[in-house]
Design a protein around this ligand. Structure first.
Ligand code: SAM
Length: 279
């Protein structure tokens, strides 16, 4: 049974990096139509700062709030922040943090399709309610693994797939590697964004090593070390399979700016950004 609630973490530093990249990819890739966004580990879609989950640890204080209160010139960070502000109807103080589903709804065009699945009962009910008015959004209470297989096989076109599990299941790392390897081989024209937390270094190192060895041609890896005294997570990472070719030039600087804002000045932090192309 799933117990993870993203509301405890929404808007924290890992969400900021993940959603910054997600917005960049959606904006860049959506121009090739037909376009669809598939988010099989969807969460609730949006998160209220006064919700008891959000209020418990206020992880957003060391995440999105710090970025919003900084002077930003980078156009790609601005794109992401503009959406966070738009979700809050451009009010001075934010009360909502938009998750991946809501960000995608704000970025995409009416003819683009958004496919969301969520297995947790309560999260799914909130997700369904949040998007029932949006005709281009389909929500299902289904296991992410079978949902992705169903959608990717039945809907053609240009796709971005976000793989963002809660890593609650013991063998989830192995399952994710298998899932991406299978789908990236079968659908080499789709782009995959995969998120992971840096928790126990040995487990994370093993996952990264195995992932980089899945045998696809075009993989980017963004490894973010951000030591901090308030979270168990001491960094975060992202893989992008079939990333746009100029991604590093576009967002490399933005990632460094975000790290500078979010890091604990007395603790270690660094970003490694590599794009691998195999022939
Ligand atoms: C990290 S959260 C998603 C956050 C969201 N993608 C965002 O960025 O705003 C992961 C979600 O996946 C759900 N989940 C975990 N395993 C799942 C599975 N096998 N099938 C569907 N949903 C699952 C969890 O209940 C949780 O809500």
């Amino acid at each position: 049974m799933l117990s993870y609630r993203h509301g405890f973490h929404a808007g924290n530093f890992a969400d900021v990096f993940k959603h910054f990249l997600l917005v960049y990819l959606l904006k860049t890739l959506k121009h090739k139509k037909p376009f669809s966004f598939i988010d099989p580990f969807a969460g609730a879609g949006k998160y209220f700062l006064d919700d008891p989950f959000m209020k418990k640890n206020k992880e957003y204080s060391n995440g999105i709030i710090k970025v919003l209160s900084s002077k930003i010139k980078d156009p790609f960070i601005k794109d992401y922040l503009d959406l966070v502000k738009l979700a809050n109807l451009n009010k001075k103080k934010i009360s909502i943090y938009p998750g991946s589903c809501f960000l995608s709804l704000m970025v995409l065009d009416k003819e683009d399709k958004i496919y969301l699945s969520e297995l947790h009962n309560n999260e799914f009910e909130i997700l369904k309610k949040n998007f029932e008015q949006n005709r281009n959004v389909k929500t299902e209470k289904k296991d992410a693994y079978s949902f992705l297989s169903q959608i990717i096989n039945s809907h053609k076109g240009n796709r971005l797939i976000l793989i963002d599990p809660s890593y609650e299941v013991k063998n989830e790392y192995e399952k994710i590697i298998k899932l991406v390897k299978h789908n990236a081989t079968q659908f080499p024209d789709s782009c995959f964004l995969i998120w992971y937390p840096v928790l126990e270094s040995e487990k994370t190192n093993q996952f990264v090593k195995k992932f980089l060895d899945i045998g696809v041609q075009n993989i980017a890896h963004i490894d973010i070390q951000l030591k901090n005294s308030f979270l168990r997570m001491q960094g975060t990472g992202l893989f992008i399979v079939n990333a746009p070719s100029n991604m590093k030039t576009d967002i490399g600087k933005g990632l460094e700016i975000l790290l500078e804002i979010l890091k604990d000045k007395n603790l270690q932090s660094k970003i490694n950004f590599n794009m691998f192309k195999r022939l």
